[in-house]
Ligand binder design. Structure first.
Ligand code: NAD
Length: 492
């Protein structure tokens, strides 16, 4: 049995059956240069597929296909669009186990996390199938009484969607579903590390009745030039990006040239605050979810634990016991609770953060160093007494490391929590509801989990403040990101 056959033995599908070419105008085709890019299984470090490595020319063809499909899709009845989106949801749910295995295969996350993602990503189609027929405008009388003010929401136009590897399905559907619901056509540029999930979902959209050219998928190792060319094409009217803050900043500069509408979902550095009056059992459960969902590779991952002095030792000890007991292994192995990180670069970066923190005085309660085996494994790690000057408190960890510091007063912890350029999400645990709400309002983040370790919900507005982003995805806000507001002054 060769290596690929061994990996395949864990899967219910044949890796060779997954499409690997560009999806443009409803057709699968190789890149114009015939170049290919390798896809690696992080659980073994082995190459599992090679996908088309799209060029600038391919990107332009995808724009042309999306532009050609735009007028018909924009004028398709909302009910029809809604039913197609609903069908996407149903097909994704029917195939959720296969989608989960594929996510685990190319991303490395534990199968249970991948199944959670498969369902979460399908839910965006269900939610936006409902929003597609509720895109209401306004009609009111001008204060002068001279005319009526009519306001409607029109599709913004061809949208470029760029997504990261950490949620290969959900970050794509969180954009595609609202774009299609609003009547926009799009080009998805998935992360180079995880293109296969995007291709399988494209097959599902076609099967559900999404017309040719409405969704196009282009993979490339030349993300900079390919995306830049698309953003400079006047036929493109929207960029929706999810990824790191440094790349987000670059793309905002690019988008300035054509004054492009931008929605940006960027990096996070979430504080997880536990007050002495918190329900400790609930705080530990919440911490496990907020830290360990996707092995810590989530923009919402708890990055900095601030625990009030009186319970800091008890909290740290219990968290270390829980994290230390997690089964680490291949993502697609059913027993695994914590899979590998995405690649060697990530593994080395995380190891560097732990070394820096310990040099500055942090104590390792469990884990602490990469595992010496094939694949990219870092064991769940708990660090106590992390100092404020450690790199781990300033940077997004994106791995299974809990960095714990202590605090004494409410004012002190709010100051520490807000001392970052990021502002995506914060977590607060306390039994005192008025304190919980008071602190939540003072935290500089777009979202707060108050006595909850999980906030993601297609029905809620997801997004950050400060350098964590612009705009919101999900809820009714999500569809408005793909609309232009048209005001018509009417005299009758
Ligand atoms: P990344 O910024 O490196 O890449 C994101 C995407 O941008 C990929 O498709 C990549 O190929 C592309 N890209 C890279 N350089 C580019 C360039 N110069 N021009 C155009 N495109 C370019 O991020 P990543 O490592 O894939 O993902 C992890 C990051 O994503 C983390 O910072 C995480 O917090 C963030 N993230 C944010 C959210 C959110 O909702 N706020 C959700 C998930 C992930």
């Amino acid at each position: 049995m060769n290596a690929i056959q061994k990996i395949s033995a864990n899967l219910s599908f044949d890796i060779g059956s997954i499409p690997t070419d560009l999806y443009i105008g409803g057709k699968w085709r190789a890149a114009s240069t015939a170049q290919r890019a390798e896809v690696i299984d992080p659980s073994t470090g082995l190459t599992i597929a090679s996908v088309a490595d799209g060029s600038v020319e391919d990107g332009m063809e995808a724009v042309a296909a999306a532009y050609a499909a735009a007028p018909a899709w924009a004028t398709t009845a909302p009910r029809k669009r809604s039913e197609i989106l609903r069908r996407c949801y149903e097909l994704m749910i029917e195939r959720k186990d296969m989608i989960a295995e594929l996510i685990s295969l190319e991303n490395g996350k534990a199968l249970s996390d991948a199944l959670g993602e498969a369902i979460y990503s399908a839910e965006f189609f269900r939610w936006f199938s409902e929003e597609a027929v509720r895109l209401n405008g306004d009609l009111y009388t001008a204060p002068s009484g001279a005319n009526r003010i009519l306001v409607e929401h029109q599709p913004i136009g061809v949208s470029v969607l760029v997504t990261p590897w950490n949620f290969p399905a959900a970050m794509a559907t969180r954009k595609i579903a609202p774009a299609l619901a609003a009547g926009c056509t799009c080009i998805l540029k998935p992360a180079t590390e995880t293109p296969l999930t995007a291709f399988v979902l494209a097959q599902i959209y076609a099967e559900a009745g999404v017309p040719d050219g409405v969704v196009n998928v282009i993979t490339t190792t030349k993300a900079g030039p390919v995306v830049s060319a698309m953003l400079h094409d006047p036929r493109v009217r929207k960029l929706s990006f999810t990824g790191s803050t440094p790349v987000g900043r670059k793309l905002l500069h690019e988008a300035a040239d054509t004054v492009l509408s931008c929605s940006m979902e960027l990096g996070g550095n979430a504080p997880f605050i536990v007050f002495e009056d918190a329900d400790l059992d609930a705080a530990i459960e919440g911490a496990m979810v907020a830290k360990m969902r996707n092995g810590g590779e989530a923009c919402t991952a708890a990055n900095r634990f601030y625990v009030q002095k009186g319970i800091a030792d008890a909290f740290s000890k219990r968290l270390a016991e829980r994290m230390g007991a997690m089964k680490v292994g291949a993502g697609y192995d059913k027993a695994t609770q914590c899979g590998p990180v995405i690649n060697k670069t990530a593994l080395d970066r995380i190891a560097g953060l732990v070394t820096d923190a310990t040099k500055r005085g942090a104590k390792i309660l469990t884990g602490g160093a990469p595992l010496d085996q094939d694949g990219f494994y870092f064991p769940p790690t708990v660090l106590q007494d992390v100092t404020a000057d450690s790199h781990i408190t300033a940077e997004e960890i994106f791995g299974p490391i809990a960095a714990i510091s202590t605090f004494e007063t409410e004012e002190e912890v709010i100051r520490a929590a807000n001392n970052t350029e990021f502002g995506l999400i914060s977590y607060v645990y306390t039994r005192d509801l008025s304190r919980g709400l008071r602190v939540s309002e003072k935290l500089e983040s777009g979202m707060v989990g108050l006595n909850r370790g999980l906030v993601s919900d297609p029905a809620a507005p997801f997004g950050g403040v400060k350098q964590s982003g612009l705009g919101r995805e999900g809820a009714h806000h999500g569809i408005l990101e793909f609309c232009e507001t048209k005001y018509i002054a009417v005299t009758w």
